[in-house]
Design a protein around this ligand. Structure first.
Ligand SMILES: Cc1cc2nc3c(=O)[nH]c(=O)nc-3n(C[C@H](O)[C@H](O)[C@H](O)COP(=O)(O)O)c2cc1C
Length: 301
């Protein structure tokens, strides 16, 4: 029933389908407490994840749905992307997010990641500052941060011609991580999110490795139920990333992962964690539970 309605809404306007998924998640969380089975627990980037399936950024932009998402079987949730200042039809800004997150008790039931981005009006030369503002403002409330390079508001940091701007962002966020770690006495892993179909992925992977980031989110196929060729390419790209990065850098896979078997395939290819977005919108709030059940009955090699 949910899937039929969602398919119809996706054809009319994807925003309606997302709104229905939000309501359904909220409602489901009142009746079900689908914590992942104990066998799926894992330690990644120094954090305890009750399960490997996470909610991808963009669904819970301001951290309002985090408590509901943590009840329906997710092992972690990434909120945002957060930008410093409110921006029409994009974000209500960092202060609203901070006000939401400060209500949640610590330690969080499941890791809460915060994806960071930049405001459209920020001059390109200053874009690194927006990531630093996000880290400073939310250090106390996040379990890890994501530097989202897939930003459409600024220069495309995937491209060779913007390599100097990329280095500036990466150097500054790593320095700030060290500074905030010693100021607060609390370490927060830093993860870089890239799209493996934009720019020279191997060069970006080498940057992530050389700058010693804690993790990489590798965005792949965006099409739900994409063809076999596409998903094989994405899995090959994932295995390549795992090979290039050191064992200390966790690889999180996202994009086109919609079924329990997709998740098993990505874990087999070397992903430490998986994120989903469209799959939840299309299949509804019982999907994380279905995936967890499948994984707990499957051996991943
Ligand atoms: C409406 C929408 C908004 C999104 N917003 C963000 C965002 O703010 N930051 C981000 O890093 N990714 C964002 N994403 C990308 C998702 O996190 C994810 O990488 C992408 O949807 C591919 O996963 P999927 O195939 O499971 O949907 C967004 C995706 C959608 C569909």
């Amino acid at each position: 029933m949910y899937e039929l309605l969602s398919r119809t809404l996706l054809k009319i306007n994807p925003q309606y389908a997302r709104a229905m998924a939000c309501h359904a998640t909220h409602l489901a969380s009142k009746f079900v407490h689908n914590r992942p089975p104990e066998s799926l627990r894992r330690k990644v980037m120094g954090l305890e994840f009750p399960g490997p399936i996470g909610m991808a950024a963009g669904f819970d932009k301001h951290g309002e749905l985090y408590p509901a998402l943590s009840e329906i079987g997710f092992g972690f949730v990434e909120i945002g992307s957060v930008v410093p200042q409110p921006e029409h039809q994009r974000s209500r800004g960092l202060e609203v997010v901070a006000a939401n997150l400060m209500r949640y008790s610590h330690p969080h039931p499941i890791p809460l990641g915060v994806s960071l981005s930049m405001n459209r009006k920020t001059p390109f030369a200053q874009m690194f500052q927006d990531y630093l503002i996000g880290m400073r403002g939310l250090w106390k409330y996040a379990d890890y941060f994501v530097i989202n390079l897939g930003v459409r508001a600024g220069p495309d940091l995937h491209l060779q011609e913007n390599r100097a701007a990329l280095y500036k962002v990466l150097t500054n966020v790593k320095d700030e991580q060290r500074r905030l770690n010693s100021e607060h006495g609390a370490y927060r892993p830093l993860v870089v999110k890239i799209d493996q179909h934009r720019g020279d992925t191997n060069a970006l992977l080498c940057c992530v490795r050389d700058y010693c980031f804690d993790g990489l989110i590798l965005g792949g196929d965006k099409h739900q139920g994409g063809n076999q060729g596409e998903s094989n390419r994405t899995l090959t790209g994932l295995a390549n990333a795992v090979r290039i990065l050191s064992a200390d850098t966790a690889v999180i896979s996202v994009g086109g992962i919609c079924t329990p078997q997709d998740v098993a395939n990505h874990l087999s290819a070397g992903a430490a964690l998986i994120q989903i977005y469209s799959g939840l919108v299309a299949s509804g709030p019982m999907l994380p539970r279905r995936i967890n059940m499948h994984l707990s009955n499957t051996s991943i090699d």
